[in-house]
Design a protein around this ligand. Structure first.
Ligand code: BTN
Length: 244
């Protein structure tokens, strides 16, 4: 497929671009993007709020993707964000953090919220701090913006670049499967081989981050046993930036 195959719907203001994308899932062609300058009810993972100031980028991709391959979509979307930042500044200090965060100079640059839509459609909602660094009590990590890191680009231009890279990764996935994307993700991920804490809804687990399985679940080694982690917030023990 080509970047031009994405149909883009632009809104000045909406509640959440993920909700708008959901509404299109029975009438969409295969690839749709909903972008808004401003969201009044932006949502984050695990019921958190996503502060949505004009100048930052908020969009949702609506595409056909099988629910059991959700992990591949998460990997593809965050990897494409990292590759877009690297394309703008090859020396940028940018890393991936499981499940789907992108860190710039150690702070959270973006967030991704994947939701199931009607039929075979998935919504992949992405927020990128282009100009502003959100100051939000709900966010448990330090935040970062492209502008703060000296990368000057508009939200619309960043989306254009993102769609080019995401489409490229989607083509790799269609032709070669998940393995090459998982490898690229691991090559750029923070904390692989290190001791981590994963905070979950009801408690936390500790162990060494040894990789991702075929569904992009985190593989945690503890006393020689490998455990698959399906959800949670990762904190790296040796990292003073991480608020454990
Ligand atoms: C996270 O908690 O890290 C995920 C944040 C996802 C935010 C984006 S902004 C565009 C889309 N619309 C929403 O309401 N949420 C996602």
């Amino acid at each position: 497929m080509k970047k031009e195959d994405w149909e883009i719907i632009y809104l000045y203001e909406t509640g959440s671009t993920n909700d708008v994308a959901q509404q299109y899932s029975h009438v969409a062609g295969r690839y749709l993007v909903i972008r808004a300058d401003k969201q009044t009810a932006g949502r984050g993972r695990r019921g958190r709020n996503w502060q949505s100031l004009v100048g930052n980028l908020f969009f949702s991709l609506l595409l056909k993707f099988e629910l059991h391959n959700l992990g591949a979509l998460a990997v593809m979307s965050s990897l494409s964000l990292l590759e877009a930042v690297k394309k703008l500044d090859i020396d940028a200090d940018v890393l991936l953090k499981w499940p789907n965060d992108v860190l710039l100079n150690g702070g959270k640059l973006s967030g991704i919220l994947l939701e199931k839509a009607d039929g075979d459609y998935m919504v992949c909602g992405i927020g990128v701090n282009v100009e502003h660094v959100p100051d939000c009590k709900d966010i448990i990590y330090r935040t970062a913006s492209l502008k703060q890191a000296g990368i000057c680009i508009t939200a619309a231009d960043f989306l254009d670049l993102y769609l080019e890279i995401f489409t490229n990764n989607l083509n790799i996935y269609d032709e070669k499967g998940f393995a090459p994307l998982r490898q690229k993700w691991l090559d750029n991920a923070k904390g692989v081989g290190e001791n981590i804490v994963v905070r979950q809804e009801n408690g936390e687990v500790n162990g060494r981050f040894v990789g991702l399985d075929e569904n992009a679940n985190l593989l945690l080694e503890e006393d020689g046993a490998i455990r698959r982690i399906l959800a949670g917030d990762v904190f790296i023990k040796s990292d003073k930036d991480d608020r454990i």
